[in-house]
Design a binder for this molecule. Structure first.
Ligand SMILES: Nc1ncnc2c1ncn2[C@@H]1O[C@H](COP(=O)(O)OP(=O)(O)OP(=O)(O)O)[C@@H](O)[C@H]1O
Length: 465
């Protein structure tokens, strides 16, 4: 039985705790510190072991989050569960003894199975840190990821040729990491001798620091420069790390020269990256850059049905539609909603229905109904007019971008409590007079233009749920 499929009440306990933390913490903090944690709750609730990737992270999680996790466990389970922090073991724990909750996230999985940094692994078999569950087969295709998927498939089947480097960008939880692992897994299936490495940019930073401290740069270079395929996740984390950027640049040049492939992901397109050397940014953009967009309704439904199926559960189509209509932002949230519904159904011994889904997702739905965020408006409008979310904050002026941006500003004024200067700030630091102009213009035009009025109506309905 795989760790991901082990389930039970303790499993749900950590999941619910995570949902709370996701609401409480800023997204970046949550993604960096909480999401990669592997937590093992003893079946008798006598303790919970929180596994962390390295000593630095362990100290940080202990100082910043351990008390809050303990408090949430107590609040949710009604009893005090001592928390133990430990470094992630080299071998996965014996699963029959433990209830394991892990995120199906590559970084976390990699930590669990990690045999150390590449240079520590020298001498033993090369560990590629790929998560074998993240393949092209398990990735649902839709318009949101069609181009990224096609490019990824191409890279996996003709390495080192076109689209090198491949730069994949988009918001959180949209499947960028999944796509990267799919490339690696396909290459390994076709060519088991290939040298592939998946690494999160933060781990790369830590490898550089270690090589620096231990004076093992030769080993480091030997490791990285000999790869056939380097998959590096979240390169925005290289910001402000000068030494690491220099080493990354060297690895980059060495790999491209020998026609090895590099695939990167980021939360923004290359030129949108802050505090990364210009020469790196221009290299990032020199192959193919593709965006992954938030999934459309049909794709969200398909993902939910497929995920439920993989868990051996039946999710009626009408429930899948209900959830997909209400959880729109990203796939990770969809997965979270599905887990909540499944946990709720188990706890209450009731079959999954719309009514049950409504109860299980009560908090989430009420938050959504109460608050429409400017960010959500920007995403929804960008999605509707098929432009990049990043264009909402960019300085670009072509009409096909400027107009949706004005529409989003108008909706932000109409549907949120934000002031004109606040809205201007959220649209890339624009002046409040620019927002005012957009608001007045759209208000006037919608009176005159039926088509615009209709589009605004659709957007308003979508946003209000
Ligand atoms: N199209 C898809 N089909 C099936 N599962 C998907 C799809 N897209 C994403 N997922 C799943 O959603 C979860 C989040 O995806 P992933 O970690 O790849 O997102 P990401 O874009 O890398 O996010 P982040 O920037 O936060 O790292 C994973 O469990 C992944 O398997």
């Amino acid at each position: 039985m795989s760790a991901a499929s082990v389930s039970g009440q303790n499993d749900d306990l950590w999941q619910i705790c995570v949902d709370h933390l996701a609401q409480e913490l800023p997204e970046q903090q949550f993604n960096t510190w909480i999401r990669p944690l592997v937590v093992i709750v003893a079946p008798d609730l006598s303790k919970a072991t929180v596994q962390v990737g390295n000593r630095f992270k362990l100290d940080w999680v202990r100082a910043q989050y351990a008390a809050r996790i303990a408090a949430l466990f107590e609040q949710l389970s009604g009893q005090r569960i001592p928390i133990e922090l430990a470094l992630a073991p080299r071998e996965a724990p014996v699963k029959s003894e433990l209830v394991v909750r892990k995120f199906e996230r590559a970084a976390g999985v990699a930590e669990l199975a990690s045999v150390g940094t590449p240079e520590e692994a020298a001498g033993s078999a090369f560990k590629n840190r790929l998560n074998s569950a993240l393949t092209f087969d398990t990735l649902i295709e839709g318009t949101a990821n069609r181009m990224g998927r096609a490019a990824a498939l191409h890279v996996a089947s003709s390495l080192g040729q076109l689209y090198n480097p491949l730069f994949i960008y988009g918001g959180v939880g949209l499947g960028k990491t999944h796509l990267m692992h799919a490339i690696g897994n396909k290459l390994m299936a076709d060519n088991p001798a290939a040298k592939v490495l998946y690494i999160h940019a933060e781990q790369f930073v830590s490898d550089v620091v270690k090589a620096y401290q231990r004076k093992t740069f030769d080993d480091f270079k030997e490791r990285y420069h000999s790869l056939d395929l380097l998959l590096i996740d979240d390169v925005q984390f290289l910001a402000n790390k000068d030494r690491t950027q220099e080493e990354f640049f060297n690895a980059f040049e060495a790999l491209l020269t020998k026609k090895s492939h590099i695939v990167m992901t980021s939360d923004t397109y290359p030129k949108g990256l802050a505090d990364i050397h210009e020469r790196l940014v221009s290299r990032f953009d020199s192959g193919l850059t593709v965006a992954i967009e938030p999934p459309e309704l049909e794709m969200r439904v398909a993902i939910l049905i497929r995920k439920a199926d993989a868990d051996g559960a039946v999710l009626p189509e009408e429930v899948a539609f209900f959830v997909a209509k209400n959880v729109r932002s990203n796939v990770r949230e969809l997965e979270g909603a599905l887990r909540k519904i499944q946990a709720y159904s188990r706890f209450s011994h009731k079959e999954i229905s719309i009514q049950l889904a409504r109860e299980a997702l009560r908090d989430l739905l009420s938050i959504q109904n109460r608050q429409i965020s400017v960010e959500n408006i920007q995403k929804t409008v960008a999605n509707y007019y098929k432009i990049k979310v990043a264009d909402m904050y960019s300085k670009k002026r072509p009409a096909n971008i400027a107009r949706p941006r004005q529409i989003a500003m108008y909706l932000a004024k109409e549907l949120t409590q934000k002031s004109l200067p606040e809205i201007g700030e959220l649209f890339g630091g624009r002046d409040h007079t620019t927002v005012l102009h957009a608001v007045r213009k759209m208000a006037a035009e919608r009176q005159l233009m039926t088509e615009l009025n209709q589009q605004l109506h659709v957007l308003e309905q979508t946003l209000k749920g």
